[in-house]
Design a binder for this molecule. Structure first.
Ligand SMILES: [Zn+2]
Length: 241
């Protein structure tokens, strides 16, 4: 686990055949009000919990898990995480929260072929990803958590209920799978995805002042070049129609 800034910690995913999402812990340790952003792929909770504890963070201080979205590589080990911290609330954007509560797994798996493959490989049953959501986020919230302020943005396109978290003071953006390093963006062909919305979401993110980009996969960007997000939209514009 790596400290990005005071109150922002990064635990790298460990990809298999399927990628494992990165996890971020946000909140000042002295606040005892920390949040985990995303969980990761099935079987990937243990090493992340160890990494958190090795940095001296108390598991009991993690009050909630906030999902950037509910794809399998982000939510796969949520149940394992919550076994270790059963007190932690679950916060999800409302468009994906409701299906999650009803056991509708179309967003989780993204496509039928992937669902059968994963169910076989990981021994998952229908309804394995049914969760009660403690707080349904809409977008435009200002979260005062962990002694920090995070703005929630609803950024559909990669999935219908994707959110980004933005710290305006330190110019840190946690965009989930909407955008990555190397001018890459999240796929926009899965269930609930919409290339047109993806473009609009990217344009809204491009209006932000971002110094540090902490995406769901691949490298993190600690010195984001000026205009990086706008350049990314321009490179992908022709595909996002
Ligand atoms: Zn995703």
């Amino acid at each position: 686990m790596q400290k990005v800034l005071d109150g922002i910690y990064f635990i790298s995913g460990q990809d298999e055949m399927i990628p494992d999402a990165h996890v971020y812990i946000i909140g000042k340790p002295e606040s005892e009000d920390l949040s985990m952003i995303d969980a990761g792929l099935m079987g990937k909770a243990g090493y992340k919990i160890n990494a958190i504890q090795e940095l001296g963070i108390q598991l009991e201080d993690i009050q909630r898990v906030i999902m950037t979205h509910t794809h399998l590589d982000h939510i796969g080990c949520l149940a394992e995480m919550r076994e270790k911290m059963p007190w932690a609330e679950l916060w999800v954007q409302t468009v994906e929260a409701e299906p999650l509560e009803h056991g509708d797994e179309r967003t989780v798996y993204g496509m039928d072929m992937f669902k059968s493959m994963c169910q076989m490989q990981y021994g998952l049953k229908d309804g394995a990803f049914t969760f009660q959501v403690d707080q349904k986020l809409i977008g435009n919230e200002q979260l005062e958590i962990g002694g920090m302020i995070w703005e929630v943005m609803h950024v559909p396109g990669h999935s219908a209920g994707s959110i980004a978290l933005y710290d305006p003071e330190r110019k840190v953006l946690i965009p989930g799978d909407v955008v990555y390093a190397d001018y890459a963006i999240g796929r926009f062909d899965l269930y609930g995805a919409n290339p047109h919305h993806h473009r609009e979401s990217l344009l809204r993110l491009a209006d932000l002042d971002v110094d540090i980009l902490l995406p769901g996969h691949n490298q993190i960007l600690e010195r984001v070049p000026r205009g990086y997000l706008r350049e990314t939209v321009e490179r992908w514009e022709a595909y996002l129609v």
